[in-house]
Write a protein that binds this ligand. Structure first.
Ligand code: HEM
Length: 298
């Protein structure tokens, strides 16, 4: 049977509504953004055919890679939508959840295309970045970022813009192990205090508690990642530190701290490309949906 674009588009539109409501209710935007990025971020521009935004992270072989620790939850959420909308690819559900989460959390609208096909082959382990040394090949954090992101076809400016996604979300001792702060009450005052308002609309609700965030309002997508002071409750990986200080990254870092508009523009452009790495679309040019308009809840 051929690909029915009309049927697919209808499912995309319905799924988009439901994803928004679900993410808003669960406060799970950050983990959905991370899941989509870990699907696409395995791409290697020199080896087309393996890796990229092709849903291969749904397979236990890839989900079990160390870098994906904790993402089984996001894939379970995505799978519930797949069960309801079997015609949609998991690749599309993941990328849609990420883009919608960013808009919901107050970030830019990303010019998305849909119709990705799911792949059966998984990339080898080791394509996603590490936050702290030791880095592969014993390089420093700057070279590590360049190794990983230039391999995907990104520039230094893209590296800084995309790192700004850490304006939302947290790290956990039990997942990446890059922090001492763990699940539940073992988090920071910003992640384990139910009274703390992290959402863009000022509402309460943290989803699962715990972990260490990069910013205070870690359910709000803004440019505060680029304007942090030395607050010990906030996370700073070696890779975060190098983009704030290295002469090739710092000018972009400072510009995004001064202008949220500049960050949103560059972020939206880089994220769109990230969401399409290695993707095969069922129809030439992919499927564009009508603009959603501003999130009704914000
Ligand atoms: C620059 C290199 C990067 C490194 C070294 C890195 C590393 C990490 C680490 C260690 C965590 C914590 C995982 C955990 O313990 O649960 C994390 C979380 C996260 N990352 Fe990155 N990341 C990078 C780039 C990106 C990019 C490009 C994006 C998206 C475009 C992204 C989005 C996220 C999000 C949203 C979270 C929070 C997930 C949650 O709250 O559950 N990261 N990252």
């Amino acid at each position: 049977m051929g690909f029915d674009e009309q049927e697919y588009t209808k499912a995309l539109l319905e799924c988009r509504e439901e994803l928004r409501a679900f993410i808003d209710k669960m406060n799970c935007g950050p983990i959905m953004v991370r899941a989509a990025w870990h699907d696409s971020g395995t791409f290697d521009v020199s080896k087309p055919g393996v890796g990229g935004a092709n849903g291969s992270i749904r397979k236990s072989e890839e989900l079990g890679h160390d870098a994906n620790a904790g993402l089984d939850k996001a894939l379970r959420y995505a799978d519930n939508f797949k069960k309801k909308y079997p015609v949609l690819s998991v690749a599309d559900i993941l990328q849609m959840a990420s883009a919608e989460a960013i808009a919901l959390m107050g970030g830019p609208c990303i010019d998305m295309r849909y119709g990705r096909l799911d792949a059966e082959d998984c990339p080898q382990e080791g394509n996603l970045p590490a936050g702290n040394a030791p880095f592969p090949r014993d390089v420093d954090s700057k070279q590590h970022l360049r190794d990983v992101f230039h391999r995907m076809g990104f520039s230094d400016r893209d590296i800084v813009a995309l790192s700004g996604a850490h304006t939302v979300g947290r790290a956990f001792k039990e997942r990446s192990g890059t922090t001492e702060f763990g699940y539940g009450s073992k988090g920071t005052p910003y992640t384990s205090n139910e009274e703390h308002a992290a959402r863009a609309d000022g509402g309460k609700g943290l989803g699962m508690m715990g972990g260490q965030s990069w910013t205070k309002k870690w359910l709000t997508f803004d440019n505060s990642y680029f304007k942090r002071d030395g607050d010990n409750n906030l996370l700073m990986l070696e890779t975060d530190s190098i983009i704030a200080n290295d002469p090739s990254f710092k000018p972009h870092f400072d510009r995004y701290g001064e202008s949220q508009g500049a960050f949103f523009n560059d972020y939206a452009d880089a994220h769109r490309r990230l969401s399409e790495l290695g993707a095969t679309f069922a129809v030439p040019g992919g499927i564009k949906l009508p603009a959603y308009g501003p999130p009704s809840k914000l």
